[in-house]
Design a protein around this ligand. Structure first.
Ligand SMILES: [Zn+2]
Length: 896
């Protein structure tokens, strides 16, 4: 059977490799349009096209046909590559392209657009189709398909749809959303190539080295971060999207190589802030794509997986603007040819062809439904405004608060995403609460209402029927179909207060601008004694980072104090005039301005409550050299995101060290070492015994070792024992204990076991329950953690934190003779802040540690049992994370 299959595959390959392979039969291409081969030297799908080559091809199209093609640069990647989108339109539409953009803005701003004006646009205006490719850089076929799509739209005379598409619509092509990741993949692939493309899945050319091409430079998954606005590529896209307001946004991906092709309609659960019309419209695209796949004999599926519940995908975020958004997935070749388990050899150009077919099918669907989609887009805005006016949440208010820098950042993020945010001109009352002038007021009667709800609401509920199905699957040992995290409420993640009211408060407001950094409060005179920077906001952490790098001597307190009638939180930075050079006054003012930190000048050191500025509870900061484990076995996203938070959110340099070097390297130049989350066999396999010894020795001599998430498995392993916490198995319910323990203690495996009648379903279920297992895997929920405020690690930290908990790692608390549980999860009743959690995990996580600090010799081991830097959007955890670095290093006592 096997040989016949191979023979068939070989024959298929020979026929398909013939010169006459046609991407679109009878297309009859206009020879005056530059082909991919004439510009780049390879036919479509014959090679994997590099970023610079793809840009060159689109520029060639634009210069040969400027009446129909324009190329726009919308961002620059971290590694300096241009991100572009390409506009393709008929000459008539291209001439009035600015009017077309303006018309879409008018439909979006439905409240200020007259019905007759909207009708005119819907009747006569073209709709915009947005096709986006390659957000995951190792999902390579889509970029090559994007070039072929553009070529076909400009050159195919034998395809009658092309004229319709160009008349009824404007097509925007974003050929590659992640150029750094793509070029990383191609580099690895080309390095591994041999005599001929190798279909073997074991071949190095199909096996990417760490960190793989999926991620951008900082190893972010840019198909999760549409609303977080911290990666340059995504920010550029968010801005560009709102220039155009496409009626459809298609995000083309790849999935496992043994699969076929996936297109919408998507899977459950459906986010309740998406409208039924949007969901229904996905079918129109699915039907067109299915018809063409039937025509060409291509397998596909829809609905099984790929839901849009989470709001940070390319296939979900545009929905909150009224667009139809979808993901398409092609089986990945990860090279030029791939032998599937069924023996079929999938070629790169087949993958390119499939994405090309659905790209055209999508544009065709818009052309055919132009008027309906424009009407739906406009109606979406009207219904959003109407719902915002009548829903029980009429207003969101972000009050003035302790972490005002966080509140400002949140407001700025919303403005960047098209939300109208007002700043209160005076103090006011709403729903019985008093609010100060400067509070942010969001009137929900606006087109962005549904975006605001999905981003700010404390909870977005999954359909109970769907949840019930997942509980059933779990009960019989199947994986749940929850695809990503179940909670992403921005106020919770940022630990910023956002309150709701069912009325619109009576207060005048001024529109907030998009600026994320507001001018800090600065003293008007030189300090006689010291400058104080109250601790607790991100801006203060940036101040410390900048000050240390400029050689400023900074101290900070472990406890709060009162001075000149003002209360300062624990951790407050003290820059004493006497400690520093004569130009300190100018230096701190400059640092405060650049970091956005508030700063107070004090002329008198007489503290009326709490430690004096010269107390033993005041530590001197050193300038720690920070290293992070890099490369296998670290999880790329965790390593990249932790590095990003330190380097780009707090402007502090980090040395990335390949993990295997850590086993033997002299680490004495580093004060802090971070172990990100780990994959596979983890640190034990890479570091070995000598690595554990090296780490132990370094900590004993004064190093601060910080473990994130699953890295604690390694430190808590009994053989390594750098942390005295232990990972827990799932709790065995009392009734199950007999069966669970029976036989578990037997040292000798027996050939046969005693017989037993199973007399009920309960008996049977008990008999198939594993004797020991890990807790069930959590997809991700926001859980509350209570903070031990007396510990130096919690200085300036809120008393309650929201932690994104996922996975199956639960640890025992640390005992008081070994260290401190600086933050621990709340009781079972108070644990869940947002999202969905399995009942057993809720019970077992209660009171378990989130942050532990264990003194060890002259140094410390600090464990964060959940990664505080995930997606770099848990701003509410940044202070405790940065405390571990800066305050941990200040508290260590290395010998010099
Ligand atoms: Zn993907």
């Amino acid at each position: 059977m096997r040989s016949i299959l191979s023979l068939a595959a070989a024959l298929f390959a020979i026929t398909a490799n013939a010169q006459d392979f046609e991407f679109w039969p009878n297309a009859d291409y206009d020879p005056s349009v530059p082909t991919i081969e004439s510009v780049l030297g390879h036919a479509p799908g014959e090679r994997i096209t590099w970023h610079a080559e793809a840009v060159r091809y689109f520029e060639a199209l634009a210069s040969s046909d400027p009446d129909r093609v324009t190329v726009h640069r919308y961002a620059e990647s971290w590694e300096g590559r241009d991100l572009i989108y390409v506009v393709i339109a008929s000459p008539e539409n291209m001439r009035r392209i600015d009017d077309i953009k303006r018309d879409m803005q008018s439909l979006r701003n439905a409240a200020t657009t007259s019905r007759s004006e909207a009708d005119r646009i819907i009747q006569s205006g073209p709709a915009v189709t947005w096709l986006s490719y390659g957000v995951h850089g190792d999902e390579i076929s889509s970029t090559d398909a994007s070039m072929l799509t553009a070529y076909h739209l400009l050159a195919a005379r034998g395809d009658p749809r092309v004229a319709d598409i160009l008349r009824e619509s404007v097509v925007i092509i974003d050929p590659m959303q992640n150029p750094d990741g793509r070029d990383r993949f191609i580099h690895g692939f080309e390095m591994a190539e041999g005599l001929a493309p190798d279909p073997n899945r074991l071949a190095a050319e199909h096996d990417q080295p760490w960190p793989g091409g999926r991620y951008n430079h900082y190893l972010f998954d840019m198909n999760r971060d549409w609303f977080t606005l911290n990666q340059a590529e995504s920010v550029g896209r968010v801005v560009a999207f709102q220039d155009w307001f496409p009626v459809v946004y298609v995000d083309l991906h790849e999935m496992g190589g043994d699969s076929s092709y996936y297109f919408a309609p998507g899977a459950e659960p459906i986010n309740p802030h998406v409208t039924p019309t949007q969901v229904k419209n996905e079918e129109l695209f699915g039907q067109t794509n299915a018809a063409w796949f039937d025509e060409f004999g291509i397998d596909y599926f829809s609905r099984d997986v790929y839901d849009n519940f989470y709001s940070g995908y390319g296939s979900s975020w545009p929905q909150y603007f009224g667009s139809i958004a979808m993901t398409y997935e092609q089986a990945g070749v990860e090279g030029l040819i791939f032998r599937q388990y069924n023996g079929h050899e999938l070629r790169y150009r087949d993958a390119v062809r499939n994405h090309f077919v659905t790209s055209l099918g999508s544009a065709e669907t818009v052309a055919r439904n132009r008027q309906k989609f424009l009407q739906d887009f406009y109606d979406y805005q009207l219904s959003a405004i109407a719902e915002g006016r009548s829903d029980d949440i009429r207003t969101y208010i972000i009050p003035q608060q302790t972490d005002q820098a966080g509140a400002n950042k949140l407001a700025g993020m919303l403005v960047q995403q098209g939300v109208a945010v007002g700043v209160a001109n005076g103090s006011f009352k709403a729903c019985g609460e008093d609010y100060a002038a400067g509070s942010y007021v969001i009137d929900m009667a606006q087109p962005a209402k549904r975006l605001v709800r999905t981003l700010l609401d404390a909870n977005v509920a999954m359909d109970s029927g769907f949840v019930g199905e997942q509980e059933k699957r779990r009960a019989i040992g199947l994986e749940s179909k929850i695809y990503d995290i179940t909670a992403w409420s921005l106020p919770l993640q940022m630990n910023v207060r956002a309150e709701t009211c069912n009325l619109l408060p009576n207060v005048g407001t001024t529109s907030a601008g998009p600026s994320l950094v507001h001018a800090p409060e600065l003293p008007t005179t030189h300090a006689k004694v010291a400058y104080l920077v109250p601790w607790g906001e991100a801006t203060a952490v940036r101040f410390l980072s900048h000050a240390l790098q400029r050689g400023v001597l900074v101290k900070s307190t472990d406890a709060g104090f009162t001075l000149e009638g003002r209360r300062y939180p624990a951790g407050t930075l003290i820059v004493a005039v006497a400690d520093n050079a004569a130009d300190i006054h100018r230096a701190v003012r400059d640092i405060a301005t650049r970091s956005g930190a508030n700063m107070v000048a004090v002329d008198d050191s007489w503290v009326t409550d709490g430690p004096n500025l010269g107390s033993n509870q005041v530590v001197s900061h050193n300038r720690p050299d920070v290293a992070i484990a890099w490369d296998n076995p670290t999880r790329p996203t965790s390593a990249g995101q932790a590095r990003f938070v330190i380097e780009r959110q707090f402007d502090y340099p980090v040395t990335a060290i390949r993990t295997e070097r850590i086993a033997k390297a002299d680490l004495s130049n580093y004060e802090v070492l971070i172990l990100p989350e780990m994959d596979g066999d983890g640190y034990a396999g890479v570091l070995g015994e000598s690595g554990a010894d090296n780490l132990r020795d370094w900590v004993q001599k004064g190093g601060v070792l910080i473990a994130l998430g699953s890295a604690n498995d390694y430190l808590a392993d009994a053989n390594v024992d750098l942390l005295s916490i232990r990972r827990e198995k799932a709790v065995v319910e009392e009734g199950d204990e007999d069966s669970a323990s029976s036989g578990a203690d037997d040292e000798q495996p027996e050939a046969t076991v005693a017989g037993r009648n199973l007399t009920s379903l309960a008996d049977y279920e008990q008999s198939i329950t594993p004797k020991t297992k890990l807790p069930d895997f959590l997809a991700g929920a926001l859980l509350r953690a209570d903070v031990l405020s007396e510990h130096w690690l919690s200085a300036g930290v809120a008393s309650s934190l929201n932690v994104l908990a996922w996975g199956d790692n639960i640890y025992t608390p640390i005992r008081l003779d070994s260290g401190f549980n600086v933050a621990r999860f709340a009781s079972a009743e108070n644990l869940l802040a947002s999202g969905y959690i399995w009942e057993e995990n809720r019970k077992q996580l209660a009171f378990k540690p989130f942050v532990v600090a264990q003194p060890s010799g002259r140094g410390f081991v600090i464990g964060f049992t959940q990664d505080p830097t995930i997606r770099a959007y848990l701003d509410g955890l940044n202070v405790i994370f940065m405390n571990a670095i800066f305050r941990g290093s200040a508290h260590a006592r290395p010998m010099h």
